[in-house]
Design a protein around this ligand. Sequence first.
Ligand SMILES: Cc1ncc(C[n+]2csc(CCOP(=O)(O)OP(=O)(O)O)c2C)c(N)n1
Ligand SMILES: [Mg+2]
Length: 552
Amino acid sequence: MADETREHGRGERHGGRLAVDVLRAHGVDAMFTLSGGHLFVLYDGCVDGGLPLVDVRHEQTATFAAEGWAKVTRRPGCAALTAGPGITNGVSAMTAAGMNGTPMIVLGGRAPQGRWGSGSLQELDHVPIVASVVKRAATALGPEAIVTEVHAALMAARTPHRGPAFVDIPLDGFWAADVEIPVVDVPSVDDALRGPAPDSDDVAEVARLVAEADRPVLISGGDVFWSEAEASMVTWAEAARVPVFVNGMGRGTIPADHRLAFSRTRSTALKRADLVLVAGTRLDFRLGFGRFGDARVVHLCDSPGEVSAGATLAASTAGDLRATFDALAESAGDGARRRGDWIATLRDAEDAARAGDVELLTTSVDPIKPTRIYGELCRRLARDAIVIGDGGDFVSYAGKYVDSFNPGSFLDPGPFGCLGMGPGYALAAGRAHPDRQVVVLFGDGAVGFALGDFDTLVRHGTDCVIVIGNNGIWGLEKHPMRQIFGYDVVAELRPGTRYDEVMVALGGAGECVDRAAGIGEALDRGFAHRGPYVVNVLTDPEDAYPRSSNLA
Ligand SMILES: Cc1ncc(C[n+]2csc(CCOP(=O)(O)OP(=O)(O)O)c2C)c(N)n1
Ligand SMILES: [Mg+2]
């Protein structure tokens, strides 16, 4: 061993180790990364401090894996990205995490401060680049600052409204021999990290509107999930007898087979409702920007900055969502008795819509319809399966047909809509929950963004069934462009590409399916397999997901 290796020997007390101590104190239990020299000291801290390193083939995947980790564990995610291109490669995933309110920290390497401005390798000031998409971005110039900045970043990430935070550390900022560890006070989730309770007058006003309503509806969004407010939300919905629809990471906050859970009747319900309560999600394009016919609208938010400025609100609250629902539940009895007819009407419509799905889910027509894949898949999904969707039309069908029974079990990119998150989310889900089914649904376009990370799934032995709806086109672009312009460009992919053989070449397994009758058995082989298994299904390029609008 060369002298310099001994000089910076394993286990030395340095800024890398200090960072790891703070990460662990906040419950960080995995660091997703792709190697770069600017990160060696941090890696040494992980090895010494017992924080597992999980290495990938592209920083987009490391950063999406960190986000996925938070989504499947509700503990903070963590990615470490090397200076310069490592960090710019992670910007899309940081942006997605910002829009999803996902608590996570991204640590960055950084060119040495002592030579800043001289043109060191990968010298780039990352902070202004990421500042507009994360909650907090800072450079930690020395060991003490590493402790305070990493702690401050995690506090920001974990406090409502949650989101990503970023700290970069210059190469020469890690070093200071045998530094003392400043003590950081990490509050428990049940006190400071929940944020303040909502104003009681605001809650009383919402309770009054609910009591008056004949046809109320609740939409439960991602911040109900992040606030761990689902039990309180369901208790309130049961007491007040309010039908519940879910949105984004709100999926699974009420089990899909709960008597107050609805999905197929959303547009009918929102058209006929006299009061729409939206909890824990923005009134964005997914929710018609907060306009629901003549209904009065109530926005229940985890913090003041989340309350819609654009929609006309009858009332709103800002504060911890669990405390909000607990407070609402105390006055939930009024009016609940009148709502039997409203709930029964929706239930009849829901049952009729689900009965109408059967034909599509069982169709044997050739070429294969994506709906048939869902018919076969849904029958095989365990109640606690984790389903990840990365694609266009093919994944829209998943949103419709896959029911969620547990929080954090249906993962899509969220409102940023960034394709390419699938392999990172799958890596996280498989690692966090090796005992549960993990299914990744890809469009054939989407799968190309992080195809190299099939290698990552193989190397880490991630048990997952990867279903590719392979229609040979960018379907969600081709069909709308044809509809609007009468023709389309740049929307073709190569029909029949053997993505399953890519997985095989990288050491995994898979097969191609071109007959509807073969889908079920292929899925069975996938679920029986250890490691990643691709079921590459050739589907009908003429099939377009029936949607009412394409761009918001
Ligand atoms: C990073 C990124 N680039 C481009 C888009 C635009 N986009 C949205 S859906 C879509 C088509 C997806 O095609 P595919 O994955 O094959 O699914 P299909 O619609 O064919 O089922 C594209 C290109 C996006 N959402 N994200
Ligand atoms: Mg496609």
